[in-house]
Design a protein around this ligand. Structure first.
Ligand code: MN
Length: 307
């Protein structure tokens, strides 16, 4: 079965949706604009602009609409952000997960994708984790870990709460990305990557300011770009591994607590935190949640109301 992914503009995607209007599926998967089935060929259009063609004739059908997905990255590179052909370089990519979630750790992963491994990773289905569901992310993470060198760092809530007063969230992320990359560079030595791509979370100057406090500073060949997973598979792989680790830690927390530790920082987090507070106060909550979030106060108010 062939499989083809292209990247299209918003306008092109609208035109496609009209073109396939008669073949649209009533159910559309998360993060998609539409899904259609034409003569056994499945077409899935993601909100990110990527369109996947799966099944017989995928290549021909995709060719009607555009070229393959490496094109936009190259285009962008020509505007001066990343060098041309970057998607095919040997790259260490890094990404983090959990920073915006009240419950659970912050996880950071750096992954090394050698140019020779790019086709294999594509074949394995490594791509932007926003296009993947949690089940797929967990499975893919296992495969990635067996296939390429990586360095995963996990900061459990307890440790996070100890560090947080000294390190703001950005500073902490800089330290973690730097450390993961440094350790991975040592793992793959004497091999050296062509570049290191960090999924950007702060302006470059800010990153460089904070990294000066670190004992082992990685400063060479650094590139920063938002939505990094779209520019190199190394970031996509790092993102999948860190997301899977985050989910696994949340699972462990849920098991220990006897109820679900939710992801995110919304109302469900407040309610779950209130339950933890009732069980063991802030001391217990410190093991599971990032206490400096406003969720803590909200949870305390819920508890006070119930008394
Ligand atoms: Mn990121």
């Amino acid at each position: 079965m062939s499989n083809q992914v292209i990247k299209v503009s918003k306008e092109a995607m609208k035109a496609m949706q009209q073109h396939y209007a008669r073949s649209l599926l009533s159910k559309k998967p998360p993060y998609t604009e539409f899904a259609a089935k034409v003569n056994g060929l499945t077409i899935t259009a993601y909100s990110s602009g990527k369109v996947m063609f799966q099944g017989q004739g995928a290549e021909q059908e995709a060719a009607r609409w555009g070229t393959n997905s490496t094109t936009p990255a190259k285009k962008k590179a020509q505007t001066g952000v990343l060098p041309e052909g970057f998607a095919n370089w040997s790259v260490i990519g890094s990404d983090e997960v959990g920073n915006g979630s009240y419950f659970g750790p912050v996880t950071v992963c750096a992954a090394y994708v050698n140019n020779a491994n790019i086709p294999l990773l594509k074949k394995l289905g490594v791509r932007d984790s926003k296009e993947l569901q949690d089940v797929q992310i967990r499975k893919l993470a296992e495969v990635i870990k067996e296939t390429i060198p990586y360095q995963l760092l996990i900061v459990p809530p307890k440790k996070y709460n100890e560090i947080q007063p000294k390190y703001n969230a950005v500073h902490m992320k800089v330290a973690l990305h730097n450390q993961a990359i440094y350790l991975l560079l040592n793992k793959i030595a004497p091999e050296k990557p062509d570049a290191i791509l960090i999924d950007q979370f702060t302006p470059e100057a800010n990153y460089k300011k904070y990294v000066r406090n670190e004992q082992h500073q990685v400063k060479e060949k650094l590139y920063f770009i938002t939505k990094g997973e779209q520019y190199h598979l190394a970031v996509a792989a790092a993102s999948i591994v860190s997301r899977a680790a985050f989910l696994e830690e949340l699972d462990k927390a849920s098991e220990e607590l006897g109820f679900k530790a939710p992801s995110g920082a919304g109302n469900t987090a407040d309610l779950a935190a209130a339950k933890v507070l009732q069980k063991g106060g802030r001391t217990l909550l410190a093991n599971y949640a990032k206490l400096h979030f406003t969720n803590t106060e909200k949870a305390e108010k819920i508890v006070a109301r119930q008394k």
